[in-house]
Design a protein around this ligand. Structure first.
Ligand code: KIV
Ligand code: ZN
Length: 516
C-alpha cells in the first residue's frame, strides 16, 4: 500500500443503514453498492450478517454481484458472528471480515462485564478465526476514542500478532478533539512493528460535528484508511461524510499530499441515490452535495465569480458531478434525446418500460413547466427507480379544498388489470388524498414523516415529496414528484404504501412458513 494513497472504506450500508429511518431492503442495498463501486470506493462494508437473516442475504448478494471493491462484513468478537460473516462473504472475489470488541472502561466494565485480559483474548481468538475465512482481517477496539491509550495499543498489537491487517480506531461516540484523535493515531503508528504493512484506519462519529476533521487529523498522523458514509449518514449525528473527506484530500492535496481512488464526478449522483433510497434529505447548506453548495447569491460574489471564478470557488461544481440548474430540454425533445441525456447523467441501465414511463412523465412535466433542468430529470428517474415491483399506480386524482369547505379527494389506482376507486375527506387536500389512497389500496397507516422541497427554482418548480409511513412494526418510505404538490404527495404516499404492502406480505408469508 503506497503511503500517498488513502483507502476509502464506505460503511453506508452498515453504519449508515443502522441509523433510524435509513434502513434499506436488499434491492436498494444492491443499487447503492453498484453505485459505490462506480464511485471507486476501495472497500464496501455491506452489512452485519449475524444481525438478521435479511442482512445476511444482503451481504451475500453484494458479495456475489459486486465486483471491484473489497466486500466487508462486520462481526462482534464472537465465534457465531465470525462464522456467519465468513459464510455471507464467501462468494466475494475479495473479502474482508471486520471484527470488533469494546475497550473503553465504561464499555468493558458496564456493557461487557469482562476483565481487560478476557477482552484481549476474545479479540485474538476472533482475529484468528476470521483468518481462516480470509487473509484480509480488520480489528476495531470499539470506543477507542475513550480507551486508555496503553490498553488500546496493547489490544491492537495483540490483534496484529493474531493476523489483523487493518487496525481501525473508532471514535464511537464522537468525543475526541482533532488533536487528541491525531495523537492517538500517531502513537499507535509509532508502536506498530515495522516489518508488517499494517493499515491504520479512522472511524469517526459526528456527535460534536468533528467527524471529518478528526478523520483528516488521523490521515495527517499516518492513517491510510478512512471509514465514511455517503452524506455522512449514520448513528445519531452520523459518520464522517465520504464526499467531504474525499474533497478535502483532493482540493487541499497541497497540504495533505495523499490521494484516493474516488471518481469525484460520481459524488453528486451517489449522494442523490442514497438520499432518495433512505429518504434522508440532504440539508441545503451541506458541504459538497447540498443544494446551495455552489450557489452564489450575494451580488458581490456573483460579480466576483463572473470576473474570475476562483474569487469565490475553490472547486468546480463539475468536479463532484453537480448538475444544478443546467437547462436541458423542452417539450420538443424526443425520446432518443431524453434517453441520451439520462445516459449522460449516468442512468444508462433503465429497462425499456422504465424509460417509457419516465419519458411520459417528462412530457407531462414539459407541458407544465417552461424549462426542464437536469435536476428535474433526476427527480423523475429517481422516483421511477424506487418504485416497488407489482405496485398500484395512480390513475386519477381530483382534490377540492377551500376556506369554506371540507377538503375532499377522489382517487383511482390500478394494479395489472384491476382498478379501484375511493374517496375521503381530510384536514387538508393531502390528508384527504392519503385517506382515499388507503381505502383504495386497502391498508391502514400512520404518517411518520413528510417532507416537501422544490427541485429547482421558480414558481413552476417541480415539488418533490418524501414520506415515511408505518403500520404495526413496519415502516416504509416513498418519493413522488410533480409540479402539483397534492399529486406529488399522493405519488409519494402510494409509493410508500406499495412498499409497506410488500413488507406486510413478506412478513405474513414468513409467519405462515413458521406455522407447525
Ligand atoms: O462506531 C463504532 O465503534 C463502530 C464499530 C463497530 C467499528 O461502528
Ligand atoms: Zn460506527
Amino acid at each position: 500500500m503506497s503511503q500517498d494513497r488513502v483507502i476509502i472504506f464506505d460503511t453506508t450500508l452498515r453504519d449508515g443503514e443502522q441509523s433510524p429511518g435509513c434502513s434499506m431492503n436488499q434491492d436498494e442495498k444492491l443499487k447503492v453498492a453498484r453505485q459505490l463501486a462506480r464511485l471507486g470506493v476501495d472497500v464496501i462494508e455491506a452489512g452485519f450478517p449475524i444481525s438478521s437473516p435479511g442482512d445476511f442475504e444482503s451481504v451475500k448478494r453484494v458479495a456475489t454481484e459486486i465486483e471491484g471493491p473489497v466486500i466487508c462484513g462486520l462481526a462482534r468478537a464472537l465465534e457465531k458472528d465470525i462464522r456467519r460473516a465468513g459464510e455471507a462473504l464467501a462468494p466475494a472475489k475479495r473479502r474482508r471480515i471486520h471484527t470488533f470488541i469494546a475497550t473503553s472502561d465504561v464499555h468493558v466494565e458496564k456493557k461487557l462485564r469482562m476483565s481487560r485480559e478476557q477482552v484481549i483474548q476474545a479479540a485474538v481468538r476472533s482475529v484468528q478465526l476470521a483468518k481462516t475465512f480470509t487473509d484480509d482481517v480488520e480489528f476495531s477496539p470499539e470506543d477507542a476514542g475513550r480507551t486508555g491509550i496503553d490498553y488500546m495499543i496493547e489490544i491492537c498489537l495483540a490483534a496484529v500478532e493474531a493476523g489483523a491487517t487493518t487496525l481501525n480506531i473508532p471514535d464511537t461516540v464522537g468525543y475526541c478533539s482533532a488533536q487528541q484523535y491525531g495523537e492517538r493515531i500517531a502513537q499507535l503508528a509509532a508502536a506498530l512493528p515495522k516489518d508488517k504493512a499494517i493499515i491504520i484506519s479512522t472511524h469517526c462519529h459526528n456527535d460534536l460535528g468533528m467527524a471529518v476533521a478528526n478523520s483528516l487529523a488521523g490521515v495527517v498522523n499516518g492513517a491510510r484508511q478512512v471509514e465514511c458514509t455517503i452524506n455522512g449518514i449514520g448513528e445519531r449525528a452520523g459518520n464522517c461524510s465520504l464526499e467531504e473527506v474525499v474533497m478535502n484530500l483532493k482540493v487541499r492535496h497541497d497540504y495533505y499530499r495523499v490521494g484516493t481512488s474516488i471518481n469525484t464526478r460520481e459524488i453528486y449522483r451517489t449522494s442523490r441515490l442514497v438520499s432518495q433510497i433512505t429518504g434522508s434529505v440532504v440539508q441545503p447548506n451541506k458541504a459538497i452535495v447540498g443544494a446551495n453548495a455552489f450557489a452564489h447569491e450575494a451580488g458581490i460574489h456573483q460579480d466576483g465569480i463572473l470576473k474570475e471564478r476562483t474569487t469565490y470557488e475553490i472547486m468546480r461544481p463539475d468536479d463532484v458531478g453537480w448538475v444544478g440548474e443546467h437547462l436541458v430540454m423542452g417539450k420538443h425533445s424526443g425520446r432518443h434525446a431524453f434517453a441520451t441525456r439520462l445516459a449522460a447523467l449516468g442512468f444508462d441501465n433503465l429497462s425499456d418500460e422504465q424509460l417509457n414511463r419516465a419519458f411520459d412523465q417528462f412530457k407531462v412535466l414539459c407541458d407544465r413547466k417552461k424549462e426542464v433542468y437536469d435536476d428535474d430529470l433526476y427527480a423523475i428517474v429517481e422516483v421511477e427507480l424506487t418504485q416497488a415491483p407489482s405496485a398500484f399506480t395512480l390513475e386519477f386524482l381530483e382534490a377540492e379544498t377551500g376556506t369554506d369547505r371540507t377538503p375532499h379527494c377522489r382517487v383511482r389506482v390500478k394494479k395489472d388489470s384491476e382498478e379501484r376507486a375511493a374517496e375521503a375527506t381530510g384536514d387538508g387536500p393531502v390528508d384527504a388524498a392519503y385517506k382515499a389512497i388507503e381505502r383504495a389500496v386497502g391498508i391502514e397507516t400512520r404518517l411518520v414523516d413528510y417532507h416537501i422541497e422544490a427541485v429547482t427554482g421558480g414558481q413552476d418548480a417541480l415539488g418533490r415529496v418524501n414520506v415515511t409511513i408505518a403500520a404495526g412494526d413496519k415502516t416504509a418510505k416513498g418519493t413522488g414528484a410533480s409540479t402539483d404538490v397534492v399529486i406529488a404527495s399522493a405519488l409519494a404516499f402510494l409509493n410508500a404504501a406499495n412498499r409497506l404492502r410488500l413488507l406486510q406480505e413478506a412478513a405474513n408469508g414468513a409467519a405462515k412458513g413458521n406455522e407447525p
